[in-house]
Ligand binder design. Structure first.
Ligand code: ACO
Length: 325
């Protein structure tokens, strides 16, 4: 039977790195390194240069993923981009990336699921590969959140960063067993009743607003741990697996306290949880593929390892994927 394989991971971070201390000194935000580190684990974030777009960053991450996979750009027949900060409402950022990579065949489109966007995009790529609609897909998360932050709201502006991550997903074969390499399963959820606790106000259908991010942090926190633990358990159960089978947890990098709570719920020792939030802050849809690229670049993930991916974001949306590398 057909199975989707993750053949390579790549990442891109803008050159400018802003440590917490500089937020007070340079940006005039009433905050401190101590407050940010204690509440979130974030120490620094990268911020895109003026004019640097989600598509340019996504293309850079995609190039690295293809290079690491040893796959030519000409083999790509689908590009799926998760972003909440597209270059424009249309054309899709994915089509811009297609053009920047010099690809003129196949198809490209964007997915909107906020911080869960990468898991959604991976799920769609997996389904398309399994049904023969694509043989080689680029799945990309790319965000310039610095442009949708209210820099006068210290409760949110310190939490996010810019960046992009990408994976190459290719068609492979398997017997349908949990020991097979590839994406074992993906699990998606949403519940619009919680739409107002994390949103970007404004937009074309809006009666007014700023186009900036708003968040009820404590409420998001409350939903995060319970929903994420439940969806990872759902994924494990669907494959007849348990907590002890997870070699690496690669969570959405929103907040170290959420990540650590997840590690405890899943009975995972700290060293099995990939953590990049300290260096990257929350890069929304880019955070999981960036963390994967970081772990892969360090040689942490080995062939045969079971990796659990999970994310929650605006919508609310949440989801998980189990991948055997
Ligand atoms: N620096 C210094 N002080 C601050 C800052 C800051 N950057 N931001 C807020 N404060 C102050 C507040 O004004 C408040 O002061 P007061 O008590 O005098 O009124 C105090 O710190 C506590 O503020 P809270 O908002 O209650 O802080 P809380 O402990 O809830 O921490 C945080 C805020 C870190 C956002 C927390 O709610 C959280 O981790 N939420 C999870 C949500 C999350 O991580 N979202 C990321 C995006 S969503 C996603 O990716 C899924």
């Amino acid at each position: 039977m057909m199975r989707s394989l993750i053949a390579g991971c790549g990442g891109y971070l803008p050159e400018r790195c802003v440590p917490n201390a500089a937020l007070a000194a340079e940006f005039g935000i009433e905050t401190s390194d101590e407050w940010i580190v204690e509440r979130t684990g974030i120490r620094q974030r990268h911020i895109a240069a003026p004019g640097e777009t989600a598509s340019a960053m996504g293309s850079a991450a995609a190039r690295q993923a293809l290079e690491r996979a040893g796959i030519e750009v000409s083999a790509v027949d689908a590009i799926i981009v998760a972003t909440a900060t597209p270059d424009s409402a249309f054309p899709a950022t994915a089509v811009r990336i297609q053009q920047q990579l010099g690809i003129t065949r196949g198809f490209a489109f964007d997915i909107a699921a906020a911080c869960t966007g990468f898991v959604y995009a991976l799920s769609v790529a997996d389904a398309m590969i399994r049904t023969g609609q694509a043989r080689c897909a680029l799945v990309i998360g790319t965000e310039v959140f610095s442009r949708i932050l209210d820099w006068t709201d210290r409760g949110t502006c310190v939490l996010f960063g810019d960046g992009a991550g990408a994976v190459v997903v290719t068609a492979g074969e398997g017997e349908g067993k949990s020991t097979d390499r590839g994406i074992l399963s993906t699990h998606l959820h949403s519940d619009g009743r919680h739409g107002d606790i994390l949103l970007v106000d404004g937009g074309a259908g809006s009666t007014g607003g700023t186009g900036l991010l708003r968040m009820a942090g404590k409420e998001v926190f409350r939903h995060a741990v319970s929903k994420l633990a439940a969806v990872v358990d759902e994924a494990l159960a669907a494959n007849g697996l348990g907590h002890g089978d997870i070699r690496w947890l690669v969570p959405h990098q929103a907040n170290l306290r959420i990540i650590e709570a997840m590690g405890r719920k899943l009975n995972l020792p700290r060293e099995r949880v990939v953590v990049t939030v300290g260096q990257h802050a929350n890069t929304s849809a880019a955070s999981i593929p960036l963390a994967l690229a970081d772990a892969a670049g360090r040689g942490m993930i080995e062939r045969g390892d079971l990796v659990a991916l999970e994310a929650i974001g605006g919508g609310l949306t949440w989801g998980a994927a189990l991948v055997r590398f």
